[in-house]
Unconditional design. Structure first.
Lengths: 366, 88
């Protein structure tokens, strides 16, 4: 597509059968679709918008041809495969099975990108994908033997950078837990205290927790949120200890969690019935919002299917835009893309017949 | 010289060429030569340990050699790189 006007919203949708980009002006009316990109047998687990220069990245996972990261510097008009791809290398016993998450670096590291993969691994490039390095201190962490795969594989799916302290970052691995570094990846410590692992004999282990997604707001860098297999949690202490904030939700099971772009205490989750039943509780599809860091929750379902709705939202399936009145986008594993342009009060369909949606992410055109 | 017929999915590497001629006495050298000419293509055909990906089939003169890269080649051999059929 031609460059949209400044302030336009891009919604990047990775699906089981390729990628799609929806875009609209700042008012978020008259949506236009471009794509599909790499349609067919190219599952895209994640697409990322890089606010440093508006580059779009896509993580392709082909069962036949393997993994590949592509980039577009013209809003999806053309795509180019990165010069090299993250691999564990011949010395490691591990090999990359799927790419799960691409995270652009901070402004202070203009050519840095991170990617999280299955089997759990973190890779970094300092030259926009010409070369990649495995983050060995994490990938070979002394607790790795205690990590185990969840239903989606053993994936590193959450990468949280702290712009207040560029040497600090967090990752979430299923099922290993949350890990933190305070020295730019040289050392990593598990930070899972008081998060449960109901599926293990020891319910509060050092590692092994099945964190589904980690969220963060730079205005309160001591606070992180996580949707876990076994609850919804908040930490007020950089991960040192977590507090269960699931009370008030119909179920504390779910996958995505996002933070409002300007209100650090406002978060959104999409509860599912249970880990054996990945559907909305009682067939009532709803997003839940807390405006006070998880102390109380409210159901947001105006415009969503509230009867006989047996769909699900995967961990990368919800995103917020940075527009003045926050927009929220939720993609389902049955191919519907819902959105709200008033912070979740009202919802409507943006697309109805997409392939199963694996990821939703947003960008604002500079 | 052997001739390699490339799958459409890899045409972005070969700039649209559907067949490539190379001098090679084994499939291993074919892959090396393809990588030399089209950087990155090896990782599509083989995984990072160098094994042919499980859903990629290499045929030499219409015989599926099941990913055996040490398969010897002779002049005028014809190689097809194809993806496995899948459905359901």
């Amino acid at each position: 597509m031609r460059k949209p006007e400044a302030g336009s919203v891009l919604v990047l949708v990775g699906t089981k059968k390729g990628g799609f980009i929806f875009h609209a002006g700042p008012q978020r009316k008259n949506w236009k679709l471009s794509g599909p990109y790499y349609k067919g047998s190219h599952p895209i687990y994640h697409m990322a918008f890089d606010p440093r220069d508006d580059t779009i990245y896509a993580a392709l996972n082909s069962e036949t041809w393997g993994t590949a990261i592509y980039e577009s510097v013209d809003y999806g008009e053309s795509w180019k495969k990165l010069k090299s791809q993250p691999t564990f290398g011949k010395k490691s016993k591990l090999k990359v099975k799927n790419l799960w998450h691409i995270e652009p670096g901070l402004k202070s590291t203009p050519d840095r990108l991170y990617v999280g993969v299955d089997p759990a691994g973190l890779f970094v490039t300092e030259d926009r994908g010409r070369t990649w390095e495995p983050v060995e201190a994490l990938n070979n962490h002394k607790t790795r033997r205690q990590w185990s795969p969840g239903a989606g594989g053993m994936c590193l799916h959450s990468i949280v950078l702290d712009p207040n302290d560029p040497r600090k970052m967090y990752v979430g691995i299923s099922a290993a837990g949350v890990f933190r570094t305070t020295n730019d990846g040289e050392n990593w410590e598990p930070v899972n205290k008081r998060t449960r692992a109901d599926f293990l004999p020891n319910k509060y282990p050092l590692v092994g927790q099945c964190v589904h997604k980690v969220a963060f707001h730079s205005a309160r860098p001591n606070v992180l949120y996580q949707q876990n297999h076994c609850g919804v949690y908040r930490t007020d202490s950089y991960g040192d200890e977590w507090i269960d904030i699931g009370r008030g939700l119909p179920s504390s099971y779910g996958f995505p969690i996002v933070v409002h772009p300007r209100e650090a205490e406002t978060i959104y989750v999409v509860p599912e019935e249970s880990d054996e039943s990945h559907v909305p509780p009682n067939g009532h599809f709803a997003v839940y919002r807390s405006r006070n860091s998880g102390r109380t929750w409210e159901r947001l379902d105006r415009g969503l299917p509230t009867r006989d709705a047996y769909l699900g939202v995967l961990r990368e399936g919800m995103a917020v835009d940075g527009a003045d009145l926050c927009g929220i986008y939720v993609g389902t594993n049955t191919g519907q893309l819902f959105y709200s342009v008033n912070e979740g009060e009202n919802w409507q369909l943006l697309a109805e017949w997409l392939p199963p949606i694996y990821s939703v992410s947003c960008g604002l055109v500079s | 010289m052997v001739r390699i017929f490339m799958p459409l999915a890899l045409s972005e590497y070969t700039k649209g060429s559907s067949s490539i001629d190379v001098r090679a006495r084994s499939l291993k050298i074919v892959i090396e030569e393809l990588e030399r000419r089209f950087p990155g293509i090896r990782y599509r055909i083989c995984d990072e340990k160098g094994k042919v990906r499980p859903y990629v089939n290499l045929f030499v003169n219409s015989i599926n050699v099941r990913g055996r890269l040490n398969t010897k080649l002779e002049a005028n051999d014809v190689i097809h790189i194809l993806r496995s059929i899948a459905g359901g």
